[in-house]
Design a protein around this ligand. Structure first.
Ligand code: 13P
Ligand code: ZN
Length: 273
């Protein structure tokens, strides 16, 4: 059996949490990650018949039965993942009943999965329906995206348009737009259900006055999604109070979509054309 602390997926989690912390997106225990792993790969590091303990999730994740995820722990600080992955991270498998998570590794101080486990698992279920290659869900509290929430109309079309207009790359990176939820109580099934509903349509969901969710095929791609939204929100907030002399127009946004072959997935109903 190989040493799990050398596993590429543990390394990736360390790197991603460190980057998110460095960028100021994940103060204290803010933010959480879930990353679906390949069973054969995990079996090189862990005895998959050895369940350390079980965790009652409180929701049904039948489509994910048998799937294995590496997840950040509830109340754990991203800043500490690199120095103690075995405490701040856990590897869980969704049990045969669909409502239990079996701990296979980690959370060595008795910890448990992120309080946003419902939103994560429900988002995985929603995204896998749309894209079977989806593996990752990330949640963070990026500063400028959050700041923008306080001064910008909170609806899918309005937020997507404002962000598309801030960087030429935005249309290329998220032509499918961003879903926006109003403020809701976090850490439970209701916000999970609402997030998953948006995830049927979008890979990005803003939790109003709270943070940002992204989903993708790997950590790099998903991190890139959040990073691009945050960059655009930063530009928005740096210019929102100043007279706007120029803007990327709707015909130009469509021109980008055509040139980068994303016209088919681009939310054209979000353009005034
Ligand atoms: P957890 O520490 O439970 O992951 O919660 C952090 C958070 O961002 C809540 O939305
Ligand atoms: Zn949060």
């Amino acid at each position: 059996m190989k040493d799990i602390l050398t596993a590429p997926f543990v390394e990736e989690m360390k790197e991603t949490t460190a980057n998110m912390y460095r960028l100021g997106w994940d103060e204290r225990n803010g933010g959480n990650i879930s990353y679906m792993l390949d069973e054969e790969e995990v079996a090189q590091y862990l005895d998959l018949s050895n369940v350390i303990r079980t965790i009652d999730t409180g929701f049904d994740a039948t489509p994910l039965i048998g799937k294995i995820f590496i997840v950040t722990g509830s109340g754990k600080y991203f800043k500490n993942v690199t120095k103690a992955p075995q405490i701040n991270l856990g590897i869980v498998r969704i049990a045969k009943d669909g409502t239990t998570a079996e701990l296979l590794w980690g959370f060595e101080d008795g910890g448990t999965v992120t309080s946003e486990f419902p939103a994560h698992m429900m988002s995985h279920m929603a995204r896998l329906e749309v894209n079977p290659a989806n593996r990752v869900v990330l949640h963070a509290h990026p500063t400028y995206t959050l700041a923008m929430n306080f001064v910008h109309q909170l609806d899918d079309r309005a937020v997507t348009r404002s962000l598309w207009q801030m960087c030429t790359e935005c249309m290329v990176v998220f032509p499918d737009g961003i879903g926006v939820l109003p403020w809701m109580l976090c850490g439970g099934n209701d916000i999970g259900i609402a997030t998953a509903e948006k995830m049927k349509e979008y890979r990005l969901v803003i939790w109003g006055l709270h943070g940002l969710y992204g989903a993708g095929k790997d950590l790099d791609e998903t991190f890139g999604l959040l990073e691009t939204v945050e960059k655009a929100a930063q530009l928005y907030m740096l210019t929102a109070h100043l007279p706007r002399l120029y803007t990327i127009t709707d015909p130009q946004l469509l021109q980008i979509a055509k040139a980068y072959h994303v016209e088919d997935i681009c939310r054209k109903d979000f353009l005034d054309i």
